[in-house]
Design a protein around this ligand. Structure first.
Ligand code: GRG
Length: 295
């Protein structure tokens, strides 16, 4: 089931990203090529797949949802470009290719990251217009995505994560960091899918709780993969957490304990949908994929 959804997400989102990249190549002067390079890297497209699946689970049928999913992926792409910078995780490889600052330089990659944020907002505006959403829904979607990206979400979580380097953290500390750093954008992807479909408060609350739990499960699986998979498998440097002396769910719970915690969260995420009366085989299989993925 996830194969079909991912095949669709990759085809549609990659085409939209290519279109945005070629637009930027024409209009962004000397930043056109670096922006296009960052947008052209092949990710798994987990967040777009969640936007599409939540939208459809809430009854949405418009094709414009792909553009909204693209906006979410662009925010994610910016975060990866910045995360790899020498002042953050200092990584040379991402998505099977050299990172943006390795191909260009650090000032260029820094600007690429910043420039992608207004690009995402522009695409979000195009999406809500294409979907024919009213101004209130447009505003709710923009607020959800931008709040999740900012200091109360992704940026705040990254900040806490950097400040914690070299310190020994327990699982509760890690949850406080990663529910913001990784979880907030995943949760927002689920909620904006629901908002775009016109879902009511109980379904939106269920999507938020589902996104919260699978967002954390995603990070736990990421920690397990960093400790157990190869660089070739991951497309980014394996074993990076240990070399940066980072506390992770693996250092806190062990590999088996971390896997069990990810499974527990994914199970609770699906149960939350069921108790809100949202039946979605796609979302259940995405939750399963997030825990059992190999890259
Ligand atoms: C200014 C403090 C400050 C922060 C800037 C860099 C940043 C904002 C936030 C970092 C957010 C981040 C990179 C979180 C990690 C999330 C994560 C596990 C990413 C990997 O996601 P995948 O596996 O990647 O979906 P692909 O490549 O498949 O898209």
């Amino acid at each position: 089931m996830t194969e079909v959804l991912f095949a669709e997400a990759r085809a549609v989102i990659d085409a939209q990203l290519a279109e945005v990249a070629s637009r930027l190549e024409r209009t962004a002067g000397r930043f056109g090529r670096p922006l296009s390079y960052a947008l052209g890297t092949a990710g798994k497209r987990v967040r777009p797949a969640l936007v599409l699946a939540c939208y459809r689970a809430a009854g949405g049928r418009g094709a414009g949802i792909a553009r909204l999913a693209t906006a979410v992926e662009i925010i994610h792409t910016y975060s990866l470009v910045h995360d790899d910078l020498p002042c953050m995780d200092d990584d040379a490889r991402r998505r099977g290719r050299p990172t943006t600052h390795m191909v260009f330089d650090v000032p260029t990659a820094t600007r690429v990251g910043y420039l992608l944020v207004p690009v995402a907002v522009e695409i979000l505006c195009e999406a809500t217009r294409e979907l024919g959403l009213d101004p209130g829904t447009h505003q709710a979607i923009a607020r959800e995505l931008l709040a999740a990206s900012g200091i109360r979400g992704m940026v705040g979580g990254q900040w806490l994560d950097l400040a914690a380097e070299g310190r020994s953290l327990v699982a509760e500390d890690l949850t406080a960091i990663h529910s913001r750093k990784t979880g907030a954008l995943i949760r927002a992807g689920c909620v904006v899918g629901g908002l775009a479909a016109g879902a009511g408060p109980p379904v939106l609350a269920a999507f938020a709780e589902f996104g919260q739990d699978i967002g954390l499960a995603f990070q736990i699986a990421d920690d397990v993969l960093d400790a157990t998979a190869t660089t070739a498998q991951l497309g980014k440097t394996a074993g990076r957490d240990a070399s940066l002396r980072k506390s992770t769910y693996v250092s806190a719970l062990g590999v088996d304990g971390a896997r069990a915690e990810a499974s527990r969260l994914a199970g609770r995420a699906v149960a939350r949908l069921a108790s809100a009366g949202v039946g979605s085989a796609s979302l259940a299989s995405l939750a399963d994929y997030i825990v059992h993925r190999q890259s």
